[in-house]
Write a protein that binds this ligand. Sequence first.
Ligand SMILES: NC(=O)c1ccc[n+]([C@@H]2O[C@H](COP(=O)([O-])OP(=O)(O)OC[C@H]3O[C@@H](n4cnc5c(N)ncnc54)[C@H](O)[C@@H]3O)[C@@H](O)[C@H]2O)c1
Length: 439
Amino acid sequence: MNDAAPESALVAKCRDRSAVVAVLGLGYVGLPLVLRFTDAGFRVIGIDIDPAKVERLQKGESYIRHVPPAAVAAARARGFRATSDFAAAREADALLICVPTPLNKYREPDLSFVIGTVESILPHLRAGQLVCLESTTYPGTTEEELKPRIESTGLEVGRDVFLVYSPEREDPGNPHFETRTIPKLCGGSTPACLEAGKALYGAAIDRVVAVGSTRVAEMAKLLENIHRAVNIGLVNEMKIIADRMGLDIHEVIRAAATKPFGFVPYYPGPGLGGHCIPIDPFYLTWKARELGLSTRFIELAGEVNRNMPEWVVGKIVDALNQRSKAVRGSRILILGIAYKKNVDDMRESPAVALMELLSAKGAAIDYSDPYVPAFPRMREHWFDLKSVPLTAESISGYDCAVLATDHEAFDFALIQRHARLIVDTRGVYLEPSANVVKA
Ligand SMILES: NC(=O)c1ccc[n+]([C@@H]2O[C@H](COP(=O)([O-])OP(=O)(O)OC[C@H]3O[C@@H](n4cnc5c(N)ncnc54)[C@H](O)[C@@H]3O)[C@@H](O)[C@H]2O)c1
């Protein structure tokens, strides 16, 4: 075989969009990528081990609130298909891996999903393919975990197959950015790999930013998330201090944010949620240990952020006590259980920690969330509850309403008119009011 052939043929197919793209892992990251590549004119195959997701996509349905079913149906009409059969990987010119990278119970990286996916595609790899890892992970994963496995098939990375790391930067619910307009970092295992990666992503994403190695791209993604985790930890600590001083942290942040340079506002809440910020920083912590280094900012921010639900519960206890009520026996309504506003994603949601802490103290808990009609089956948490519709009668029936997630769909004025007590963890109620306690 001509040495240059697989690379130049692949680059040409990416540029003229005749390359077939397989997306492995069709969750919050993978599904938007499927739609972007389909919209850009590629034929796309989605591969997922979850048969329920495959079935729904095949029917042209969506299981993610911010992905409209019409977009999935339109992709189906353009030739997109979903399957659980990894043999489909052979048809693809580019394989994009978007599977979970959680922590295990010792808070160490759990790469089992990534490695499981790679091992499932190995029997179907062929010369001329591009493998892209998109899952968030520690620097070195692509070179240390993917490359040797791929080369165990006899195919050489950089000559026969091409390997890049390109982190996903999805921000579900963000009205200002979408997959196409979020610049995409790309680091190659070799220069030929990078060329292939740039050609593929450049055909679907407005701006591709090439970096010097897969490790730089992996570390850059972690820096982005660590930056958020540490700054959220900082404002959460500031919130506790401001509260003790009788100051409203949200008013303080709004004031500081009028400085047009050198200050980035971060907003405190009842804790830290989502699949990324509470988890990803600890990928670096684990890898740094290999070098005998500690990640003190990450650990400290993690500690502050993890303690926030307890602090909020303390504020709820005090507010009820002021009204001569004990938590035990109180009826408490949690407003918003998704981890952030306007989404249906419950992963690592601090609202769940609030529900567990309050029930452990004997409160009767209900919740209302327009995007989560029934409490979902989560790996470690379970409440047999359905979302309570918000009406004057339902709101006034609770001893306390805890505003955990400030979905724009909530009628905040209605809540304020009828709630006996609101504990506001999001700074929604700006004016002091007899029935509002900020937490
Ligand atoms: N959600 C976000 O906003 C976001 C943003 C940036 C980066 N990320 C990163 O992207 C990665 C994926 O996150 P997500 O939010 O899309 O997760 P997700 O849980 O929504 O989706 C992952 C999908 O992968 C599937 N899967 C698991 N093992 C598989 C296998 N062996 N083969 C094929 N499919 C498999 C699951 O069934 C699921 O559908 C993670 O590393 C995450 O850190 C997520």
